[in-house]
Design a protein around this ligand. Structure first.
Ligand code: CDP
Length: 205
């Protein structure tokens, strides 16, 4: 049986970094599910119909510049369409149960995609801390933006993601909350590893 780790949380909370480090430590495969919604959002920006874009998504669609603010906003808009979410469901579930273990990060992994995941983390931080982190990423990537713009974007997206009726962003009842506002990435990673090891030890081998 596969070992599945669900990592959810709001924009720029550190889910991606923590997921990648967990995968490096344990040899699990990583799926950044936000990238799927970003790819659909990017297609919508070029004029495609979002539902059809989600139903016909290919691996090539995940290449390219998906890490900018415009695509993030479009991703959050298409993510509120139930048919878009439905179209992306099977791929995510199949990935989650692959042999060798998987880490999926997103908004609804612990609640909808993998409700039986062995480990569920909900990674969060204050909007201000997250905006500062995202600003650094965007500026390092060559974007011309500022703190106030990024903070407004982060808040708008969190609100839309948490208030949609289909698969809203929220911690699963059995998720472990990890607030990284005052934690370094090393500390957040160490806490995650401790939770995973504890869970692994409790399982039959
Ligand atoms: O990297 P960041 O946390 O800013 O965003 P992301 O994980 O790439 O997700 C982009 C957008 O996709 C989010 O704002 C959500 O609207 C949507 N999303 C979702 O609805 N469900 C997921 N499992 C993952 C992302």
């Amino acid at each position: 049986m596969g070992f599945t780790i669900a990592i959810d949380g709001p924009a720029a909370a550190g889910k991606g970094t923590i997921s990648r480090r967990i995968c490096a430590e344990f040899g699990f495969a990583h799926l950044d599910t936000g990238l799927l919604y970003r790819a659909v959002g990017a297609k919508m920006l070029t004029g495609a119909a979002p539902i059809e874009a989600a139903q016909t998504l290919t691996a090539e669609d995940l290449d390219g510049d998906l890490r900018n603010a415009e695509v993030a906003r479009a991703a959050s808009k298409v993510a509120s369409i139930p048919e878009v979410r439905q179209a992306l469901l099977d791929f995510q579930r199949a990935f989650a149960t692959r042999a060798g273990g998987a880490v999926l990060d997103g908004r609804d992994i612990g609640t909808v995609i993998c409700p039986d995941a062995q480990v569920k983390l909900f990674v969060t931080a204050s909007a201000e801390v997250r905006a500062a982190r995202r600003l650094l990423e965007l500026v390092n990537g060559g974007a011309d933006t500022d703190y106030e713009t990024v903070l407004a974007d982060v808040k708008e997206r969190d609100h839309r993601d948490a208030s949609r009726s289909d698969a809203p962003m929220k911690p699963a009842e059995d998720a472990i909350l990890l607030d990284t506002s005052d934690l370094s990435i090393d500390e957040a990673f160490a806490k995650s590893v401790a939770v995973i090891r504890e869970r692994q030890q409790g399982l039959p081998v």
